[in-house]
Design a protein around this ligand. Structure first.
Ligand code: GAP
Length: 496
């Protein structure tokens, strides 16, 4: 992300409001909040977990159901420790960090410098900012830690807390969490996986053979990953325990450019199908590549704090399989029946953070609107404009009043629909408040049973976004909800 990009974002709500909304309306809570929380760890509430599951299902189905040649697995979080030697994570998965001697706080140097560069832009010193960013990128690419020390001093970058530049030398810190398995005096150190991808690589031949896959083919996985992120900030954007949705696509060497382009296009369309406007998505080609990649792009979303990565697409060559073959001393080759020869496949990876996607969707959905009632008066309304197939609750069902058999009729409807849709039944007196509560959690439809229902079996449907109200026959409700709130309706968008 360039510094100017970060300043160019526009947003009609602040990030603080978004965090408050997510906490207040049952989406995301700080973990172990009664003990004042645990930094960078979060729990999902009733609506958050439903939103997250819906997103996950959409991703999973768009990968494994729409592609005949992509299958799924669910591998363990704990893996043989040599996995991480082979993957390069033991030696290379670290960030340059620096401690301020006065505040005793530790920072990721690149983020500290990036923040200073953004301040320079806001002070009208764009050239200095550009120079600083370029110098930092050169140092990072060369692993030049003393160079980073020098930049901190040269630009007078201070600790945001102590306001001093009394820094320790920049050092590399490994981001993996370790733990012990086995009896204490005979314990082995293992790691909580920092990415789900390695579970796919080590199962490459198992899956290829048992599911009879032919190259090109993909393996998809959704699961937890853990990183000891030092700079904990921006809510669920950077967590220590998070969920990844990764897909490794195994291909014939030499076809990587074509498949890299294919997956970029495919994934861009996926974001469009979620209703994310094109200008809110940025494709950022990496200048500094991870140890395993020969080409990489980030898909960035315009968060209230700037364009930031939600997904990475990486061309990983045969790095991982070759390395596992070496460390495990087992052949990880594929016999290509068309070419009549064996080779280690190349890999294109798509890797997206599920928690970041949830944050992106909430950020995109939180809408504040002023609606004129008459010439003198306007009312304001806050609602979550979530894509209906991802909304935690598909419809609310209300009896107009809690008497004359309307509640019974509404409950009968609830019992009929509950097998197909997550619903909320509510019989509190104020219709306005009922609508407002559903708007805040993003429920796309509210259905009201009134006196006319008793006569002709029609109900009033109120739409969340337009607030339009219309009557339909009760027999049409299932079709009406299914056609607009099913994951299938999103999958069909991908066809266009
Ligand atoms: N297997 C490749 C890989 O792990 P990555 O760019 O390090 O690549 C992929 O991570 C995605 O995982 C990111 O685009 C992001 O969405 C998510 N992610 C990474 N670190 C995260 C963190 N600390 N908190 C939340 N999501 C994170």
């Amino acid at each position: 992300m360039s510094t100017t990009d970060a300043l160019l974002y526009s947003s009609d709500h602040t990030f603080k409001e978004l965090i408050a909304h997510a906490q207040r309306y049952g989406f995301i809570y700080p973990s172990s909040e009664i003990y004042d929380g645990l930094q960078s760890i979060y729990d999902y509430g009733p609506y958050g977990v439903a939103l997250k599951r819906n997103l996950q299902n959409f991703w999973w189905q768009s990968m494994t159901q729409l592609h005949q040649n992509i299958v799924g697995i669910d591998s363990a979080i704990m893996m043989h420790p040599t996995t991480w030697k082979a993957s390069g994570h033991i030696d290379g998965f670290s960030d340059p960090m620096v401690d301020n001697k006065d505040s005793k706080k530790r920072y990721r140097v690149d983020l500290l410098i990036e923040e200073h560069a953004m301040q320079l832009v806001s002070q009208g010193k764009s050239n200095q900012s550009k120079g600083l960013m370029e110098a930092m990128e050169r140092c990072l690419a060369a692993g030049d830690l003393p160079g980073l020390d020098e930049l901190l001093q040269q630009f007078g970058i201070v600790c945001p807390l102590s306001k001093t530049a009394d820094w320790t030398p920049v050092r590399q810190f490994n981001l993996m969490f370790s733990t012990q398995v086995g009896a204490q005096n005979d314990a082995t150190t293992i790691y909580l996986r920092p990415e789900t991808a390695q579970g796919i690589f080590v199962n490459f031949l198992n899956v290829q053979k048992t599911a009879r896959m032919k190259i090109p083919f993909g393996i998809a996985q959704v699961g937890k990953a853990f990183r000891n992120e030092i700079v904990a900030r921006q809510f669920t954007f950077r967590m220590r325990e998070f969920e990844q949705m990764e897909m490794q696509f195994f291909i014939q060497p030499g076809t990587e450019k074509c498949w890299f382009d294919y997956w970029q296009e495919n994934r861009k369309n996926w974001y469009s199908s979620l209703g994310i406007e094109q200008e809110k998505i940025n494709i950022y080609p990496h200048k500094q590549l991870a140890h395993y990649a020969t080409a990489a792009v980030d898909i960035e979303y315009a968060f209230p704090f700037g364009y930031k990565e939600v997904e990475g697409i990486h061309s990983r060559t045969d790095f991982d399989l070759t390395s596992h073959q070496h460390y495990a001393k087992k052949k990880l080759q594929y016999f290509d029946p068309d070419l009549k020869k064996s080779y280690i496949p190349y890999v294109i990876e798509t890797s997206v953070g599920l928690d970041r996607l949830v944050l992106m969707l909430l950020s995109n959905a939180l809408t504040k609107e002023n609606n004129p009632v008459n010439e003198e008066r306007t009312t304001s309304r806050t609602y979550l404009k979530l894509p209906p197939p991802l909304a935690p609750i598909k419809s609310a069902i209300f009896p107009l009043v809690n008497k004359d058999g309307l509640a019974e009729k509404a409950l009968t409807l609830f019992d009929q629909l509950k097998y197909d849709f997550p619903l909320i039944y509510e019989a509190t007196p104020s219709i306005g408040k009922r609508y407002a509560r559903q708007d805040l959690i993003g429920t796309p439809y509210s259905i009201t049973i009134d006196y006319q229902t008793l006569e002709d079996e029609t109900v009033t449907i109120r739409e969340r976004d337009s607030m339009r109200q219309y009557r339909i026959h009760m027999s049409e409700i299932t079709h009406h909800l299914a056609s607009t709130t099913s994951i299938k309706s999103l999958l069909l968008q991908l066809k266009k």
